[in-house]
Design a protein around this ligand. Structure first.
Ligand code: TYD
Length: 210
């Protein structure tokens, strides 16, 4: 049986990374066959591309280049890791996927959701998440959690205006492409956020594949 493909999405500062670590412990304890991976990156080639994308020295990078590099890393990820794992019956948990590009590059960088979707679709071989956990915190809280953080990569250090656009982009995408998206209220305590996430994951594990 094919494994499930579960992605985790949300703006910077949504607390996603903390929950992924806790989910990892939960899945391990349950003896579930799974892998956890992340974007940009996830493969050797992808991690090299990640370095180029996030490098603070790359101040000259054009938005189209950024979007294409992300799509290239993602295509390699699907080819080398995600698809083989799903086909061998492993569940795949991925920290960010295409929805991030639609929000950050499509809306944040202003490239247009449809343009970014089409360059991504080319490399995806029809792979679409069975479940997208969207970690929702309102725009103010996201920016508040980020304020004062002077360290960070090229994207994290973008100004508040960029991150506000990304947030609005996500809100638009939830309406445009609601398929398989479950919204997690990430303003709650870590325990509650983890509980909400586990509930959705367990539901998807129970669903049979078509
Ligand atoms: P990362 O350190 O993984 O951040 P986070 O913990 O917030 O996921 O850095 C990834 C950064 O790259 C993050 O700011 C979001 C951004 N990003 C895009 O702009 N487009 C994408 O398609 C992806 C996958 C990430």
């Amino acid at each position: 049986m094919r494994g499930k493909f579960i992605t985790l999405e949300g703006p910077d500062g949504s607390g996603k990374s903390t929950i992924i670590k806790l989910l990892d412990e939960f899945l391990k304890d349950k003896g579930i066959d799974y892998i956890i991976t992340r974007e940009p990156g996830g493969t050797e080639i992808g991690e090299e591309i990640r370095h180029i994308i996030l490098d603070n020295d790359n101040t000259n990078m054009g938005p189209e280049t950024e979007a294409l590099l992300l799509a290239a890393a993602r295509a390699q990820h699907v080819h080398e890791k995600i698809l083989p794992a799903i086909e061998s019956g492993k569940h795949v948990f991925c920290d960010r996927f295409t929805l991030s590009s639609l929000a950050y590059q499509g809306v944040g960088r202003g490239l247009g959701i449809e343009n970014v979707k089409s360059i991504n679709d080319f490399g995806l071989r029809g792979v679409y998440p069975d479940l997208i956990l969207f970690f929702h915190v309102d725009a103010e809280l996201t920016l508040e959690r980020k304020t004062g953080n002077l360290e960070g990569d090229r994207l994290e250090l973008e100004g508040n205006l960029f991150h506000k656009k990304v947030y609005e982009g996500y809100m638009k995408l939830l309406k445009l492409y609601p398929k398989n998206i479950e919204i997690i209220d990430a303003s709650k305590s870590i325990e509650e956020v983890l509980e909400q996430s586990i509930e959705k994951v367990e539901q998807i594990f129970l669903e049979r594949n078509d």
